[in-house]
Design a protein around this ligand. Structure first.
Ligand code: PLP
Length: 394
């Protein structure tokens, strides 16, 4: 990758060459519309159904329980709007304060339509307390939506405990697993969740293709209307190459998850130890153990306001990390709402440096990052001092 070091895999991942290879015929020779009856159409249809089985297999679902969407965002919208609209557009939804905007904004939209929404608090690690889910349940609660793992701090939620509670109460449980898919095991045969949002580009698949797992028997209303593709739940001519790519990414993830998780965890710990040794002011956001294998969110005490500069210095040195999540980059400079919800003050909530590792990262890259980081922090500080000196002279 042109000598650069890419440590922003929570934002997106590079396409795995094996995924590209699987997609190639569908960008060229096999171009049929999967709804067509002729050979080109049948070839495309077969490829989609194979990919549906592959994506289903990654979470232990049957192919008929997978609906392809254009993104993780759309899967979240379909899950939440679909459940509420199938129940007459009324009721009560429970979610958490630290969900991705794809969930939070959908819930806010529903609030505007008169649907009640409870935003559960989280602890300092970003964990939802399952007992708070139980306490929030009302007679009209129709859906609980809690993410599997946080895009911002990497914390993994206690899905099994929450699912047990929703099952007891006969309430549907949706989880946004966009960050967790392919990184931690998720198996719907063991985990009684009803709806799971997924996105291919977070697991070395292509962008612009997602899926929603819908447990058999769960009724949803569509959000996109048209020709009735995807069992009428997501009309539009299918993104065949994208779907094939998602399928390929899913089988690779399924086969490689156990070893990849170990490797990523080891790399992550190497980063963390190195950062702590070089910069005693560094601290970790999110849960120290119950977190995604390749995910680190760092703060630097007393230097929070300089994270933007630090990012720039690292970028200039050929290293890509992020300050906060890619979605919050649209609101740069604002404190992260998720970190505020975790109890951090405004200063800390502006100062998160996210380092997220992926399949093709190496120890050498980690060591290079550790070499560059202290200098990048110092450079930011020096620039601040120069600016302060400059303003004294003015
Ligand atoms: N949910 C979570 C937790 C995410 O991290 C993201 C992407 O950053 C999304 C949903 C949206 O997925 P997509 O980019 O496929 O729309």
């Amino acid at each position: 990758m042109s000598g650069r070091i890419y440590f922003d895999h929570s934002a997106t991942t590079p396409l795995d060459p094996r995924v590209r290879q699987a997609m190639a015929p569908f960008l060229d020779g096999i171009f049929g519309n999967p709804s067509s009856q002729h050979r080109e159409g049948r070839q495309a249809r077969e490829a989609i159904e194979k990919a549906r089985a592959q994506v289903g297999a990654l979470i232990g679902a049957s192919p008929t329980e997978i609906v392809f969407t254009a993104s993780g965002t759309e899967a979240d919208n379909l899950a939440i709007l679909g459940v509420v609209r199938a129940r007459g557009g009324q009721g009560h939804v429970i979610t958490s304060a630290i969900e991705h905007p794809a969930v939070l904004e959908t819930c806010r939209h529903l609030e505007g339509q008169g649907v009640a929404v409870t935003y559960l608090p989280v602890d300092q690690y970003g964990l939802v307390n399952p007992e708070n889910v139980r306490a929030a349940i009302r007679p009209d609660t129709c859906l609980v939506s809690i993410m599997a793992a946080s895009n911002l701090v990497g914390t993994i939620q206690p899905l099994a405990e929450i699912a047990r509670i929703t099952r007891e109460h006969g309430i549907l449980f949706h989880t946004d697993a966009v960050q967790a898919l392919g990184k931690i095991p998720l198996d719907v045969r063991k985990l009684p969740v009803d709806l799971i949002s997924m996105s291919a580009h977070k697991l070395h698949g292509p962008k612009g293709i997602g899926a929603l797992y819908i447990r058999r028997g769960v009724e949803l209303s569509p959000v996109v209307f048209g020709g009735g593709q995807e069992r009428g739940l997501r009309s539009a001519t299918e993104n065949v190459a994208g779907i094939v790519g998602f399928g390929a990414a899913a089988i690779i993830a399924q086969e490689e998850l156990p070893i990849e998780a170990l490797l990523l965890r080891a790399l992550r710990e190497r980063v963390l130890e190195g950062v702590r040794a070089a910069l005693p002011q560094a601290y970790l956001f999110g849960h120290p153990e119950t977190r995604l294998p390749g995910h680190l969110s760092l703060g630097f005490a007393g230097e929070e306001s300089r994270v933007g500069k630090l990012l720039e210095e690292l970028d200039n040195a050929g290293i890509s990390v992020s300050a906060g999540s890619a979605c919050s980059a649209h609101h740069a400079g604002n404190p992260s709402q998720a970190l505020l919800a975790m109890g951090y003050n405004e200063e800390s909530a502006r100062g998160l440096l996210r380092v997220t590792l992926g399949r093709f990262n190496t120890r050498e890259e980690v060591d290079r990052f550790l070499q560059v980081l202290p200098g990048a922090v110092d450079a930011g500080n020096a620039e601040d001092l120069l600016q302060a000196a400059g303003s004294l002279q003015e």
